[in-house]
Every structure is written in C-alpha cells, then in structure tokens.
Design a protein around this ligand. Structure first.
Ligand SMILES: [Fe+2]
Length: 187
C-alpha cells in the first residue's frame, strides 16, 4: 500500500496540475447535448450484447471440470517456452488494463459527456459504462492467464496495479496528451 508520505499533498498536486473546473466551453457542451440523439441512434447500436461477447472464461481452463488440473498443466507447459520479453509485454498490457477505474474516472471528468449519476441514461453515460464493462474482460483474462503460467511475480504486479490506480492520472485534453502523474513500476 502507498504510504501517506509517498503521496503529494493536495496543495502540491494543485500546483503541479491546476484543477480544471470546465474543460469545455459552454457552446461545446451544448454541441454534445445536441448530439445525444445521434449517439443514441448511431453509437449505442454498435455495442455488442453481453451474450455475444467473449468472456475470459472462454479462454481459460474450466475450474469446475475434472480436467482442470490437466488443462492448467498444458497451459503451463506451453507458457514455459515463452520468451521473457513476451511476458514483459503481457504484464505491461495487463497492468494498463487493470487501471480501468482510472480511465472511467477520467471520462467522467469531461463536461458534456460525463455520467452525472453513475447510472445515467444519457447515451454518453451508457457508452462510458459499457465500454468500461467490455474493457474489464481484457485485464481479467490477462491476469488469470499470467497467474496460471507461474512465470511472473504476481505479488509485485499486484502492488504496481495498486500504486497505479492510487496515483491517478491527469489528462490535458486541450493537447490530447495524457500524463500519468506517478507510475511507480516496481516489477
Ligand atoms: Fe483493453
């Protein structure tokens, strides 16, 4: 867990990243409001129903089956041949995927499209929640796969994820650059 002394005070954070109360001009907020009908009829139908999406379990040994341990053995035998740099890429990807709470938070700081209630019926709110739910499968699959391989230090990875989410992220939307405030990779 991050020690309190590791974290910058809120006034120090304010100096580094001045708070943006309104990231969009009112006329642009109005523009997004006027696009809600379009988002509802054009964007939302692109979302795949849950039953048509793959789930992490579709690609992992089935824990309720009798062959579970054999399947895990096979998975580990295949993973034993993976070069270290493949695993480094997978770990990096998995950690990024696992910081999904940060990305959802960032999306909900945006004027005009934020999910005002956490269960808003606006198409932007529905889109953000559904995108988050779809993305959540990626980290789940990678996490369980890497755990089963036995090739990586899961505890260090878990600590890194905790640091990453706890540190948060600052996005400068005006120049479309995202800055990770403090990413303390301790792999
Ligand atoms: Fe993803």
């Amino acid at each position: 867990m991050a020690r309190r002394s590791d974290l910058k005070s809120s006034s120090e954070q304010e100096k580094l990243h001045p708070r943006v109360m309104h990231s969009l001009h009112p006329e642009k907020v109005e523009l997004f409001k006027s696009l809600e009908g379009w988002a509802e009829s054009t964007l939302l139908p692109l979302l795949k129903p849950v039953d048509k999406c793959w789930q992490p379990q579709d690609h992992l040994p089935e824990p309720s089956s009798e062959g579970f341990f054999d399947e895990v053995k096979e998975l580990r035998a295949r993973a034993a041949c993976l070069p270290d740099d493949y695993l480094v890429c997978l770990v990096g990807d998995m950690i990024t995927e696992e910081a999904l709470p940060t990305y959802q938070t960032m999306l909900n700081t945006l004027d005009g499209t934020r999910d005002e209630t956490g269960a808003s019926s606006s198409p932007w709110g529905i889109w953000t929640r559904t995108w988050t739910a779809e993305e959540n499968r990626h980290g789940d699959l990678l996490n369980k796969y890497l755990y089963l391989t036995g090739r990586v230090d899961m505890r260090q990875i878990e600590k890194t994820i905790q640091y990453l989410i706890g540190s948060g992220m600052v996005c400068n939307y005006s120049c479309a650059k995202c800055i990770i405030v403090k990413l303390r990779c301790k792999l």
